[in-house]
Ligand binder design. Structure first.
Ligand SMILES: Nc1ncnc2c1ncn2[C@@H]1O[C@H](COP(=O)(O)OP(=O)(O)O)[C@@H](O)[C@H]1O
Ligand SMILES: [Mg+2]
Length: 268
C-alpha cells in the first residue's frame, strides 16, 4: 500500500478504492439499462467505460451523479452511498461531470459559465445556502480569478467573454471540463469528451486528461468511443453490453477478450 493509500484507508471502505458499484441496477419500464453491475475504481485511476451505443454507460454516470436513482444496488463513494443523493449533494461530495449532450448556458460567456459553477460551490455553505446570499465582493474577485485560471488551463482564456454558443464543439467540451473543475472535485466523470474533436484534438485531450489527473490528484471515469484514446489513456477499462459488465481489466487484457471483440471491438 502506498503512503497516499494509507492516509485514505478507513475501516468503511477497501483501501484505495474511491467508487464502488455493488449490484447496481436501473430499469426503465421493461428495459434493464444497467444490470447488476459491480466494480471498484481505485483512487487516482483513469477508469474507462466502453461499450456499444445503448449499453448503459451514460445511465451509469447518471446513477453516480444523482440524476437518477438505482432500482436496486448501490454506488458507494469512499464507503458512503451516493446513488440516492440529489445531484448537488453528490457534487458537494467532490464528484463532478461533463455531459454527452453538452449542457452549457449558451447565452452566457465562457467566464460566466465557469463562475456560476463556482458560485454554486462556494454558496453551498449552510448559512449562505439557506439565506440565498450572494458572495462578498472579495469572494467574487477570487471566484473570477480562479475561473480565469481554469479557462487558461483549458486554453480558453483569450475567449473568456465570448458566448458559449459561439464555440466550436471541441471548445465547448473544454469549457465543460473547466466548469466541472470549478467544483474542485476529487472525481471527474467525462462522458464522451472527444466526441466532435478531430484526431489532433483527441490526442491533445488524452494528454490533457492525464495532466489533470496528476495536477489535481483526480480519479477519472471516462466514457469514450475512440478506442486508441481509451486504450492509451486508461489504467483499467470496464466494458458494458446491454447493461451488463462483460469485461473489466487493463487495456491489453480487454483488447484481446473474445467477448469484448464480439460485442464491441469487432474487426477493428
Ligand atoms: N430516461 C430514460 N428513460 C427510458 N430509457 C432510457 C432512459 N435513459 C436511458 N434509457 C435507455 O437505456 C439504455 C442505455 O442508455 P444509455 O445509458 O444512454 O447508453 P449509452 O450511454 O451506453 O449509449 C438505452 O436503451 C436507452 O434508450
Ligand atoms: Mg451515452
Amino acid at each position: 500500500m502506498s503512503p497516499a493509500e494509507l492516509v485514505n484507508a478507513s475501516p468503511e471502505y477497501s483501501a484505495g478504492s474511491t467508487l464502488e458499484a455493488k449490484g447496481l441496477t436501473r430499469r426503465f419500464g421493461g428495459l434493464i439499462a444497467v444490470n447488476n453491475v459491480s466494480f471498484t475504481v481505485k483512487k487516482g485511476e483513469i477508469f474507462g467505460l466502453i461499450g456499444p451505443n445503448g449499453a448503459g454507460k451514460t445511465t451509469l454516470f447518471n446513477l453516480v451523479t444523482g440524476l437518477i436513482s438505482p432500482s436496486s444496488g448501490q454506488m458507494l463513494y469512499r464507503g458512503t452511498e451516493v446513488s440516492r443523493l440529489r445531484p448537488h449533494q453528490v457534487a458537494a461530495k467532490g464528484i463532478a461531470r461533463t455531459f454527452q449532450n453538452i449542457r452549457l448556458f449558451a447565452n452566457l460567456s465562457a467566464l460566466e459559465n465557469v463562475m456560476i459553477a463556482q458560485h454554486l460551490h462556494s454558496c453551498s455553505g449552510v448559512f449562505k445556502g439557506v439565506l440565498g446570499l450572494p458572495p462578498a465582493p472579495q469572494e467574487e474577485r477570487q471566484i473570477r480569478q480562479r475561473s480565469m485560471e481554469l479557462l487558461a488551463l483549458v486554453g480558453l482564456s483569450d475567449r473568456a467573454d465570448e458566448q458559449a454558443q459561439n464555440f466550436a464543439y471541441g471548445n465547448q467540451r473544454r469549457l465543460e471540463i473547466a466548469r466541472a473543475l470549478a467544483l474542485q472535485p476529487q472525481v471527474l466523470l467525462l462522458d464522451e469528451p472527444a466526441a466532435g474533436m478531430n484526431p489532433k484534438e483527441k490526442h491533445q485531450l488524452s494528454d490533457f486528461i492525464r495532466q489533470l489527473r496528476d495536477q489535481f490528484n483526480l480519479t477519472v471515469l471516462l466514457i469514450e468511443h475512440h478506442v486508441p484514446l481509451v486504450m492509451g489513456l486508461c489504467d483499467r477499462i470496464a466494458v458494458l453490453d446491454f447493461g451488463q459488465l462483460i469485461a473489466l481489466g487493463e487495456p491489453a487484457q480487454v483488447k484481446t477478450d473474445p467477448a469484448v471483440i464480439e460485442a464491441y471491438l469487432g474487426a477493428e
